[in-house]
Design a protein around this ligand. Structure first.
Ligand code: NAP
Length: 297
């Protein structure tokens, strides 16, 4: 069997088109322009490219978009004061502090400083807790993107055996939590595997939907996958440089062999990756709508 390819670029494009229309509606009908600030500390090249992409897309969607660059040596107190300024700014609905931060700044203090109503990354403990109790306003972006990929390719999650490989706070735990909820696009039976799991293959082979976020190339091989399973590969591993000088990427799944066994599979790149930024935009539109008392559609 050759798996159906789940095209994250195309699904992300469709969602952005919807968000563009929603943004225009918020503007014309409610006089609200979604506002997003991206705060970059220092000059990390990967972080610069991430915030540049976020700014570009937010402008394309018609947002009020602010790029705030701060020097590497900004103190934690100064960064917290800056966040407080944006917490109070009515034109800003979403605050994104690009991680990682320099070592002298405590990341948790920064995440806690963001007003949960403007926490479009969904990392504030209040939003983590709301997800846990099934009342999330903002889902963390990568897991939210995975759920959208499943919904929009017509994958039935209700009653499905889902196995998640990886238990990080930004991917593994939240996607498990999202798919566990008694809600549409969820309601699955969920197992989480990690480096302490015994006999991983026993678990992965049971999966109707296998979600892999381990950060290890070829952590999942064809013999670990059930025939016809849906395989979502979250991993992004840099394995060299292309002749054009770009980073050569692979996921956590042995794509070439697993695609012969799976029913559907996400490629790397072009699968989960494009969904993450798009979900940040969705959360910002939602935040603007909530601030204006308008329901997100
Ligand atoms: P992380 O914080 O390093 O967590 C990796 C998790 O995988 C840990 O829970 C670890 O277990 C588990 N693990 C590692 N090797 C394993 C193995 N051989 N068998 C079973 N479990 C294993 O990583 P992360 O932040 O979740 O990211 C995971 C991958 O997704 C990375 O490649 C990252 O670049 C990528 N990613 C992509 C996006 C995107 O937008 N496309 C977004 C976020 C992350 P322990 O807890 O026991 O150590």
């Amino acid at each position: 069997m050759t798996a159906k390819l789940i095209n994250g670029n195309e699904i992300a494009r469709q969602i952005r088109e919807e968000l563009k229309q929603e943004t225009a509606h918020l503007k014309s009908g409610h006089n609200v322009v979604p506002g997003l600030v991206t705060i970059l500390v220092g000059q990390n090249p990967a972080s610069i490219s991430y915030v540049t992409a976020k700014q570009k897309i937010s402008k394309e969607l018609g947002f009020y978009s602010v790029q705030d660059n701060q020097p590497e040596n900004i103190s934690e107190g100064e960064l917290l004061a800056l966040i407080e300024k944006y917490n109070k700014d009515p034109q800003i609905h979403g605050i994104l502090v690009q991680l990682p931060l320099p070592k002298h700044i405590h990341e948790t203090n920064v995440l806690l400083a963001i007003d949960p109503r403007k926490d479009v990354d969904g990392f504030h403990p209040i939003n983590v807790g709301k997800l846990m109790i099934g009342e999330a306003d903002y889902l963390p972006c990568t897991p939210a993107g995975i759920q959208q990929l499943l919904i929009r390719t017509g994958v039935e999650t209700s009653g499905a055996e889902v196995v998640v490989v990886g238990r990080s706070n930004i991917v593994g735990k939240p996607i498990a939590n999202i798919l566990l909820q008694k809600q549409k696009g969820a309601n699955a039976t969920v197992t989480i595997c990690h480096t302490g799991s015994k006999n991983m293959e026993f678990h992965t082979k049971r999966a109707d939907i296998l979600i892999v976020a381990a950060g290890k190339p070829k952590a999942i091989t064809a013999d670990m996958v059930k025939e016809g399973a849906v395989v979502i590969d979250v991993g992004v591993n840099r394995i060299g440089v292309t002749p054009e000088g770009k980073a050569k990427l692979c996921g956590d799944v042995d794509f070439e062999n697993v695609k012969e066994k799976a029913g559907a599979i996400t490629p790397v790149p072009g699968g989960v990756g494009p969904m993450t930024i798009t979900m940040l935009m969705m959360n910002t539109v939602k935040a603007a709508g909530i601030a204006a008392g308008v329901k997100h559609t």
